[in-house]
Design a protein around this ligand. Sequence first.
Ligand SMILES: C=C(O[C@@H]1C=C(C(=O)O)C=C[C@H]1O)C(=O)O
Length: 278
Amino acid sequence: MNPLHVRIGHIKFTNALPICHFLDKSDPEIEFIPGAPSDLNKWLAEGSVDAGLCSSLAYAELAEDFVALRGLSVSARGPVGSIFFFSKRPWEELNGAVIALPVISKSSSNLLKILLAETGITPAEYITLPSDDLPAMLEQADAALLIADDALYWSVQEHGCHLYDLGEEWNKRTGHSMTFAVCAVPKRLIEENPEKVRKIHRFFLEGKKKGLADMDAVIAQAMRMLGQTEEFWRTYFNKLRHDLDEEWAVGANAYFDAAYRHGLLKKPVKLELWGDEE
Ligand SMILES: C=C(O[C@@H]1C=C(C(=O)O)C=C[C@H]1O)C(=O)O
């Protein structure tokens, strides 16, 4: 195989569209494999893709062997608009509750565990369920976390729940931004084939540059995927940031520290940025 042939995993949901919509899918050297964050986390860990957006906490678990590409993430400082906790009871009454987590998430599920623990809430049980059907989740649980397109969809349906945005809850408690996804690359690949990693990095940054310069096209694609109005998507994408530098790393590192403190990471981890933005 051509040494510059690349296998890229990309998140198939609308939150990654500003980076992924304009990725040049015509390049025969680049193979695209769309998936949910849980798929990407697995593919990166087992080495079946060379690079890809994955849950920030999955990167943190692999941090000895992976770096995060500079300038690429799914982040928010405050409300994120697509990570929602739907609860039949108010937050402060969730002691002893059964909490449903979405099978596709790692960052947000663990963020919820951190936030509940830090506000003195001890659920009876966490269960992991498919997350495209909120009423089905709430038949088995007192509250359910949804992410990405499922969260966007169900947040505008009649659901009768208390609704909490985890980006907002994290920011209110800590003052930090939250990074939900990073673009991870194995250190081994940088040692073996730095040219290939530079190519992957340029490729993603180019996609993001085009996406941010043409949000009308990004929004049109989001509308094809999930409906809703142009205004809905403009408001949503204004909450998201897709950058990653030393400043955004502060929030990511605060999250990794909290995950370690709560026993959700085996070792303390600092985000390792790789590459230049230009
Ligand atoms: C902002 C989002 O972040 C996503 C949440 C993830 C997680 O919880 O593991 C992983 C990737 C992100 O793209 C979203 O789902 O809308």
